[in-house]
Design a protein around this ligand. Structure first.
Ligand SMILES: Cc1cc2nc3c(=O)[nH]c(=O)nc-3n(C[C@H](O)[C@H](O)[C@H](O)COP(=O)(O)O)c2cc1C
Length: 185
């Protein structure tokens, strides 16, 4: 997909973020207290302010881009823990959402387009026997909407299992779908 996109838009700036290589702050102590201080309208301590800088930096990196391409495997019917860690770091009051008693949650990441690519050993498409086990897409796309991204396109590749008879067709369909979306970006 990226190859088609960069061929179509050679001028585009592409930033690839590999969550396994990213130094994400631990979600404990100063980061958590910094978050709760914002909800409680308390000043950050020096340690909390320093911890919050790392969170702000990560959120700002996401906000720098107008097209966001996510690619994730299914792990135990949901997302890998590393993706959840990333979501926990950047889903923050004043950065990617706000909450008021009057209006509840409001996403702050507006004007972005997201493409979510999912892979799973088996097929979880609507109407398939395993559909109710799919907590991958619903979780991830609810999160996108919660932070304000409503323009979402989904590419699902499943089954990826090499012994599944439907695998080659599913792969072909996912690649064709991805290339078609890439040309519209
Ligand atoms: C820890 C772990 C848990 C997995 N859980 C599931 C699962 O619940 N359902 C499924 O269909 N595939 C599951 N898989 C298989 C992957 O989703 C599948 O191999 C996918 O194609 C991996 O994509 P990747 O090759 O891009 O990492 C799991 C794989 C791993 C490593």
């Amino acid at each position: 997909m990226l190859e088609t996109y960069t061929a179509t838009r050679p001028d585009a700036h592409v930033d690839v973020l590999d969550l396994w290589d990213l130094q994400l702050p631990e979600m404990r102590e100063d980061v958590l207290n910094a978050k709760y201080a914002i909800f409680a309208r308390r000043e950050h301590t020096a340690a909390q302010a320093a911890a919050w800088e790392t969170v702000k930096r990560e959120a700002a990196r996401l906000l720098d881009y107008d097209v966001l391409l996510f690619s994730t495997p299914m792990w135990n019917w949901s997302r890998p823990y590393r993706l959840k860690h990333y979501i926990d770091v950047i889903t923050q009051p004043g950065l990617t959402f706000k909450w008021t008693p009057e209006r509840g949650y409001e996403g702050l990441v507006s004007g972005r387009r997201a493409i979510a690519v999912y892979a799973s050993s088996f097929d979880y498409a609507q109407g398939s026997p395993l559909a109710s086990f799919d907590h991958q897409k619903s979780y991830f796309e609810d999160w996108l909407r919660m932070i304000g991204i409503n323009d979402i396109q989904t590419i699902a590749f499943g089954p990826t299992h090499p012994d599944a008879p439907a695998m080659p067709t599913a792969r072909e369909q996912a690649l064709t779908h991805a290339a078609a979306i890439a040309r519209t970006l």
